[in-house]
Ligand binder design. Structure first.
Ligand SMILES: [Ca+2]
Length: 345
């Protein structure tokens, strides 16, 4: 009887989960922190509030009490309306409390063509204003803009840049496209790695190793461990393929499955990957690089964020490629993460 009751309760509150064995953490409930986001892209937090970038060019501030305020971002050029483009990556400076500075990656319209740049934004408590261009002239084709920004454990800004739908540029050391780059405070930048198709996830583990997710062509999505100077193969190799001088992924969706991975994060020793087309959060054991669990039921997922204690994620059903519900898109928080094995004992 007790078991049956547990099972029924589980059915009720475990919506959104599918399990593969009794190995991984399980997610009892996802609480809605904010609703009606419009094509949200990045989750940032100052510890008190969330700041969610929207592709259309706004930052949504989410207060602790659930109040949401859509804030203006004054940019030096109008945003591009190309597919997948707009205000993408957004991350707060690590001294945001003092400096009120953030970094943003956006696609603007340059004489009818989409071009990406990375800028600093200054916050006045209500709105954001572009104050400095850090990297400009990042060519962008009709799609594949990349766009993820993240701060390393040392506070250095990293960015993922897509191939701009010109695959050959990913192997061209003189092109920004298909690269992961890092930018120093003094304005200098370094290419970290090349040979990427459309990377959109960046995260460091507890040992400060950098991981990235990237969209493959027709499946072959990848999770890579990024090494300085590494060549990750695109468009010469993809998925499981290998070649001397090129680094194959730690994990790939293979030729029959598409995840369309975007934001990634480490949390309590596991790697979490937001999947758009896969409509799931992939929970990956970094020791085995196996997908231990897929958390489903929220539609397309664009970004996932850990504050060390809790996990947060945003759906992405309003970008024209999903089936939005009335309250989409939503910022969720996972509550009550437990071991499924414990739960069943
Ligand atoms: Ca690759």
């Amino acid at each position: 009887m007790k078991k049956l009751l547990l099972f029924i309760i589980s059915l009720g509150i475990l919506a959104g989960c599918s399990f593969s064995g009794e190995t991984a953490a399980t997610y009892i409930q996802a609480k809605r922190l904010a609703t009606n986001l419009e094509a949200p892209w990045s989750i940032a937090s100052d510890g008190e509030r969330f700041f969610i970038s929207e592709r259309g060019g706004a930052i949504v501030r989410v207060e602790k009490n659930g109040k949401t305020i859509r804030e203006k971002v004054r940019l030096s050029d109008p945003l591009s309306n190309a597919a997948e483009a707009g205000l993408l990556g957004f991350v707060l400076h690590d001294d945001f409390h003092e400096s009120r500075l953030a970094y943003a990656y956006y696609t603007y319209n340059s004489d009818g063509s989409p071009v990406n740049r990375i800028v600093t934004l200054k916050y006045d408590g209500e709105d954001w204003e572009e104050t400095e261009i850090l990297l400009d002239g990042i060519e962008s084709g009709p799609v594949h803009h990349g766009g993820r920004l993240a701060l390393s454990p040392e506070g250095v800004l990293f960015a993922t840049i897509g191939d701009g739908a010109a695959p050959e540029n990913a192997q061209d050391p003189n092109s920004f496209n298909g690269k992961i780059v890092k930018l120093q405070e003094n304005g200098s930048f370094t290419t970290v790695s090349l040979g990427h198709r459309n990377p959109q996830g960046l995260a460091w583990n507890a040992e400060s190793d950098l991981y990235s997710s990237e969209h493959g062509q027709s499946a072959n999505d990848e999770v890579n461990k990024i090494e300085q100077g590494g060549n990750y193969g695109w468009p010469v190799i993809e998925g499981h393929e290998g070649r001397e001088g090129m680094i194959s992924p730690l994990l790939t969706s293979g030729t029959n499955e598409t995840w369309a991975p975007s934001g990634i994060t480490f949390h309590n020793g596991l790697l979490y990957v937001a999947a758009l087309r896969g409509e799931a959060i992939l929970v990956i054991n970094p020791e085995t690089m196996e997908v231990e669990e897929k958390i489903e039921g929220y539609g397309r997922i664009r970004d996932i964020h850990s504050d060390g204690e809790s996990l947060y994620f945003i759906s992405n059903n309003t970008d024209g490629r999903g089936s939005p519900s009335e309250s989409d898109d939503v910022l969720y928080k996972f509550v009550n993460i437990k071991k499924i094995a414990d739960e069943r004992r």
